[in-house]
Ligand binder design. Structure first.
Ligand SMILES: Nc1ncnc2c1ncn2[C@@H]1O[C@H](COP(=O)(O)OP(=O)(O)OP(=O)(O)O)[C@@H](O)[C@H]1O
Ligand SMILES: [Mg+2]
Length: 584
């Protein structure tokens, strides 16, 4: 929470100070109402008209000030909140994007935290208001207690009677929160099923498989699995809370009896106990309620934010070794093994291979052999579980992921469809040249995607994605070509990644395109030693690589040129034989 306060103050120092000051000022007239009521009572009993008038005016001014200051304070606080919300959102987004690896966006234990933080970022800003009003309630409580103690110190015991409510209010949100978190998986599943049943992208598969009804009942069941225990916990905690309030009620009645009958105090004192005591219950309730909110909800959000900040700081990898300007020797995997974080299955098992600078390297292997995983490790989206990756003998693990990835280009197999105007969809492959039309056209050309743009109604300025106004949907293969073009925006990468970028194209087009990449790679290869890494299931394409890496069930089984591997007569030549025979 302290971090959130610092963050708020850094962004809006004046508004934050004004909000705090006003919220405390607004607390005073409210707390003093009981005192004015006592004054009024005393003046009436003593029959002193002048005092009656001044007390009545005091009461009126206090009431008006209470309302006025409350309104002004709320307005100022809301203004502060609006301003600080956007700062918080950018903060969370920046933190997430700053994390070099992507494990936190895939693993369930992190995901639940993140999804809660994403939905809570909008309410984190409530924390400030809640904090200010907590302080305001404490001020009211202090003033009221001073008034009561001025009658008799024993009235302090009223606070003791309020203790059970304090305890139940602090304990309540915690157990409710814990119950919600225990069911977070079920809750996420119910959201997921709801999205499946109602959004456009799964719509085709949902209808084809006819699972619409199943989704609805599944969602209902998942929601019930989440809500059942949560509701039971809420009821239980509400009962305890009510019992706590009953204790305070008994104490309050006892205090009034004690002052009037026990002490035989004058009527105006009894009036003060009645007025202040009644308010005390409200103040104690509001204070503990607000603290409960702070602890249970906003502090929880703040804690998640702190976790994200720490996680981002911890994974802000070193920048100990600079990324070389050009590859001189090789990219080398040295006994690299890998399991996805949070899983135990070994996806890459003790892989050692040297990819020489300037080479065109193909990776082949059946589905699930670990080809894309290898590519992701080279892109530093994950760190190897053991072993190391060396860039010209320098450890990749010691390099900044941001600087390293600035030297990568290409397209992943599961590329993302950026629904922007086509120019940006392609151009953001190199943000610095987002508006550089010739560069974009050139990248489109190299990816063989010129025809995609030519068919769009407004060319490069066409909005992509059917859900946008005037948006145009393109086919999967066309999206893939655009993703490939995006990958070609960087002209001087050290590593060009082509993870089945042309799988949706016919074999002939893929062949022609890849021949061009290979030629281009060899042409500029002398410049910076770029390595071109191609994953493909088509051996007609693979065979022209300088080096072919064969993966089988997480292990590297063969490495060599097409000729060498064919002569060797191992797995590669067998698979090649099957495909070649099919084509013949
Ligand atoms: N994010 C992930 N979390 C956990 N396991 C994963 C993840 N991505 C892939 N895997 C597992 O790792 C194994 C290798 O997957 P990978 O995507 O590297 O295969 P591939 O060789 O690229 O296959 P394909 O030819 O189908 O693209 C698979 O068995 C898959 O189940
Ligand atoms: Mg793959």
């Amino acid at each position: 929470m302290w971090r959130l306060c610092v963050l708020g103050f850094r962004h809006q120092p004046r508004l934050m100070a004004a909000s705090l000051g006003l919220s405390q000022l607004a607390a005073l007239p409210d707390a003093l109402l009981a005192w004015w009521i006592m004054q009024l009572g005393r003046a009436v009993i003593e029959q002193r008209p002048a005092l009656v008038y001044s007390a009545a005016v005091g009461l009126a001014v206090s009431t008006t000030a209470n309302w006025l200051l409350g309104t002004v304070s709320t307005r100022v606080q809301r203004r502060f909140r609006d301003r600080v919300t956007i700062a918080l959102e950018s903060h969370v987004a920046r933190l997430q994007a700053s994390i070099g690896t992507i494990a936190h966006q895939e693993r369930p234990e992190y995901l639940d935290r993140l999804s809660m933080l994403r939905s809570q970022v909008f309410v984190l800003d409530h924390m400030y208001m809640s904090l200010f009003s907590t302080l305001g309630w404490i001020l009211r409580l202090a003033v009221t207690m001073t008034l009561l103690v001025s009658i008799h110190p024993a009235l302090l015991l009223l606070l003791v009677c309020a203790l059970p409510t304090v305890l139940t209010s602090t304990w309540r949100p915690e157990v409710e929160r814990a119950a919600e978190e225990r069911g977070a998986q079920a809750y996420r599943l119910s959201r997921h099923l709801f999205t499946l049943a109602t959004t456009a992208s799964p719509a085709k598969d949902v209808r084809l498989t006819g699972i619409g009804d199943k989704l609805t009942t599944g969602r209902r069941a998942a929601w019930q699995r989440w809500y059942g225990p949560v509701a039971a916990t809420r009821w239980r905690s509400a009962w305890w809370h009510a019992a706590g309030w009953a204790v305070f009620g008994v104490g309050f009645v006892a205090a009034v009896v004690f002052v009037s009958a026990g002490l035989g105090a004058p009527a105006d004192d009894v009036l003060l106990v009645l007025a202040a005591g009644a308010r005390l219950s409200t103040y104690v309730g509001a204070t503990v309620g607000e603290i409960g909110f702070l602890r249970g909800f906003w502090m929880d959000g703040a804690r998640r934010l702190a976790w994200l900040e720490d996680y981002a700081a911890a994974s802000a990898s070193l920048d100990a070794v600079p990324v070389p300007a050009a590859l001189r020797q090789s990219l080398r995997l040295d006994h690299v093994s890998f399991s996805y974080p949070g899983t135990t299955r070994v996806v890459l098992d003790d892989v050692s291979v040297t990819l020489p600078a300037g080479a065109v390297v193909a990776i082949v292997g059946e589905n699930g052999a670990g080809k894309s995983t290898l590519v992701k490790l080279l892109a530093k989206l994950y760190e190897p579980t053991s072993g190391s990756i060396l860039v010209d003998d320098l450890p990749l693990s010691q390099m900044s992921p941001i600087t390293w990835r600035a030297r990568l280009a290409g397209a992943f197999q599961d590329f993302f469809r950026f629904e922007f105007p086509a120019r940006h969809t392609v151009g953001l492959g190199e943000v610095a040249r987002l508006h550089d039309t010739p560069a974009i056209t050139m990248a489109l050309d190299r990816a063989g995607a010129g025809d995609v743009i030519a068919r769009l109604p407004a060319g490069l300025d066409t909005q992509l994605g059917a859900t946008w106004p005037d948006g145009v949907e393109v086919s999967f293969g066309q999206w893939q070509k655009l993703a490939l073009a995006r990958g070609f925006m960087r002209t001087q990468p050290l590593l060009l990644i082509l993870d089945e970028p042309t799988a949706a194209l016919d074999a002939e087009t893929e062949h022609a395109l890849f021949e061009r990449y290979a030629a281009a790679a060899r042409g500029t290869g002398s410049n910076n030693g770029r390595i071109t890494l191609l994953v493909s299931h088509r051996f007609s394409t693979v065979r022209m690589a300088d080096l072919i890496v064969v993966l089988d069930g997480a292990r590297l089984v063969e490495v060599g040129t097409h000729e060498a591997l064919m002569a060797h007569g191992g797995q590669y030549s067998a698979l090649y034989g099957i495909q070649a025979a099919a084509y013949r």
